[in-house]
Design a protein around this ligand. Structure first.
Ligand code: 3PY
Ligand code: MG
Length: 267
């Protein structure tokens, strides 16, 4: 089976930098997958993406060295199993609040005897190789999101769940859960302490800790803090920023590009 290089990076203590897709397009998936990210996540929770769009996006990513992963909408096993069959090499599951949630999630991603994943690996076989079924339990990455108050209270027990590869923080939901305004880069001391607690819980179990970030600089700071999985913003945010910069740049100095008729990087 094609090795999951994310698992290798975790073993080697190398941070994972993930792209995050919310736009339902194989083309934008392909563009980002070719920019050097370790993995590209297709976000089926908050992204504008359903299963039928996710499949060509996973195909586009799997034509590159980036590992295709998904964030599912919830811990419902059938949807996860179908995305694994479609070739996802990792699953991020939101709102893991207790050990039972984590076990349900992990079980859906593992074939018996380690779980209850149903057999029918379709694109998994094409991407992973003929021996997919033999090694999938070892290669598929499972990351549970801690972003509820209950999840925070139970974080040590959740981190210890066998087969769960890591914890991932949703800073917006975590802020809301603690009675604060949603923030991608929280500054409230209670939320900051909660983030530190989740990081420590993962580290105590030698598991990877991940967090959504709003910019490359924020992601670099999180890596320096010990996070092993960061997301330096999503596709929509990058497009928004690039669009704003383009407009501001054009208005700031309208004569700068006079005479330059060459196309830029988008056409
Ligand atoms: C959150 O901030 O709650 C997230 O889930 C980020 O994707
Ligand atoms: Mg969230």
């Amino acid at each position: 089976m094609r090795p999951n290089t994310l698992k290798q990076r975790i073993r080697d203590n190398q941070p994972i930098v993930s792209a995050w897709l919310s736009i339902p397009s194989g083309y934008s998936a392909e563009i980002l997958a070719r920019q050097g990210f370790d993995c590209v996540n297709v976000d089926l929770q908050h992204g504008m993406i359903g299963f039928d769009h996710a499949v060509p996006m996973l195909q586009a990513i799997s034509a590159t060295d980036a590992i295709p992963i998904v964030r599912v909408g919830n811990s419902e096993p059938a949807a996860m199993m179908k995305l694994l069959d479609a070739g996802a090499y990792g699953v991020i599951c939101p709102m893991i609040s207790n050990v039972e949630d984590a076990q349900t999630f992990v079980s859906a991603c593992r074939y018996p005897p380690h779980g209850n994943r149903s057999f029918g690996p379709a694109r998994g076989l094409l991407y992973g190789g003929a021996d997919y079924a033999k090694h999938a339990n070892d290669e598929i990455l499972t990351i549970g999101m801690i972003e509820t108050r209950e999840g925070l209270d139970n974080v040590d027990a959740i981190a210890a769940v066998d087969g769960l590869d890591g914890l991932f923080i949703g800073p917006n939901d975590l802020s809301l859960a603690l009675g604060k305004a949603p923030m991608a880069e929280p500054t409230d001391p209670e939320v900051v302490a909660a983030i530190a607690k989740i990081l420590e819980a993962a580290q105590n179990q030698a598991k990877v800790a991940g967090i959504f970030c709003s910019s490359p600089a924020a992601a670099a700071k999180r890596i320096a803090q010990g996070f092993g999985f960061v997301v330096p913003g999503n596709d929509a945010g990058m497009l928004t920023q690039a669009g704003r910069n383009a407009v501001a740049g054009a208005r700031a100095n309208p004569a700068a590009d006079a005479g330059n008729t060459k196309g830029g990087s988008g056409y």
